[in-house]
Design a protein around this ligand. Structure first.
Ligand code: AHR
Length: 330
């Protein structure tokens, strides 16, 4: 009898404890288990579309690798990856194909800012959430869910601060511009101009389309046209800086004859700092895979996600390059 009473008492305590542990709302009412209500998709359910814009730079290669690697690490069901070779029409076709396949989420790194309204409207009408990755778009924010990437305008401002420091008495510079119309190039160019000292003149600005190959003839043309008038170069990414350095070497220039401020912080950029060619490298981080996949799952589950998520970045200098180069992941 005493044993039975003990059992009943223990059961009663158990019920009380369970009740105490059930979450309550602010109003104090007990909540039921939230899992089913909030949507219970897991990474294993996810079909993610990543219509990559191209393979124009080491930055881009690292970005693609990050997405593929993390899709694997998180164990998503399927990654639909394509390479648009820097052509917007290819990216638009890839997005349309993903819509037709009924993917769960589209993560789009747009090659240029304009011209996305129609296809984003199609994705919205199909009920497919969209994450704009890396560069921005000019479309109305109601047409996509999140923008995840770098603050390109801030990167340009940082580059100008470095140029002001490197040319304290002013001078003449040329700009190797990224892809015309891309959020990365336009943002960097605007930020740079807004902070550059008045005593520094931009003699010329030409696109190298973010590639090494295109940067070489553009730099050769700069050198031919302005010869020894050029004190500095603002170069929108490390791949173009490496192309420019090749042209400078071929023309007989030595490291430091023309100061260079570049963007990205790739291993190639670090090597160029060690070799004395680049004096400051503004970071732009391509390793967005984990965030893309986590945000995609949150959107599948109908969770609230911030409309704009910007990466925290820094500026790298030659003094630290040798120590850091081996730890660079891209
Ligand atoms: O949009 C990011 C930019 O695109 C990187 O700075 C550049 O290297 C890449 O091609």
């Amino acid at each position: 009898m005493i044993r039975l009473k003990k059992i009943i008492l223990l059961m009663a305590i158990g019920v009380l404890l369970l009740a105490a542990c059930t979450p309550t709302t602010e109003a104090g009412e007990k909540e039921e288990s939230t899992e089913a209500e909030e949507g219970s998709y897991t990474y294993a359910d996810m079909v993610l579309c990543y219509p990559q814009l191209g393979a124009e730079s080491d930055w881009r290669t690292a970005n693609s690798a990050s997405i593929k690697q993390e899709a694997d690490n998180y164990g998503i069901k399927q990654l639909i990856f394509s390479d648009a070779q820097q052509k917007q029409e290819n990216q638009i076709s890839a997005v349309r194909s993903c819509i037709a396949q009924g993917v769960d989420v589209i993560a789009l790194p747009p090659v240029v800012e304009d011209g996305w309204d129609a296809v984003l409207t199609e994705a919205k009408d199909a009920g497919i959430p969209v994450i704009i990755v890396d560069r921005s778009v000019s479309a109305d924010p109601s047409l996509y869910d999140v923008h995840l990437g770098s603050d390109m305008y801030l990167e340009g401002q940082r580059a100008a601060e470095e140029m002001n420091r490197l040319l304290p008495d002013g001078g003449n510079i040329v700009e190797l511009f990224g892809t015309v119309g891309s959020g990365a190039a336009e943002g960097r160019a605007d930020g740079f101009r807004d902070v550059l000292n008045d005593n520094i003149t931009i003699l010329d600005s030409q696109t190298g389309n973010f590639t090494r190959a295109e940067a070489i003839p553009v730099t050769e043309a700069f050198l031919k046209k302005y010869s020894d008038e050029i004190d500095g170069m603002f170069i929108h990414n490390d791949d173009m800086a490496i192309g420019a350095i090749e042209a400078l070497k071929a023309a007989g220039y030595n490291p430091g004859d023309i100061v260079i401020v570049s963007v990205d912080g790739t291993r190639g950029g670090f090597q160029a700092m060690i070799d004395g060619w680049i004096q400051a490298d503004v970071e732009c981080n391509p390793l967005l895979g984990p965030q893309v996949i986590e945000i995609a799952l949150a959107l599948m589950n109908g969770e609230d996600v911030e409309a704009e998520i910007l990466t925290n970045e820094t500026v790298y200098y030659p003094e630290e390059a040798a120590e850091l180069i081996d730890s660079r992941q891209y």
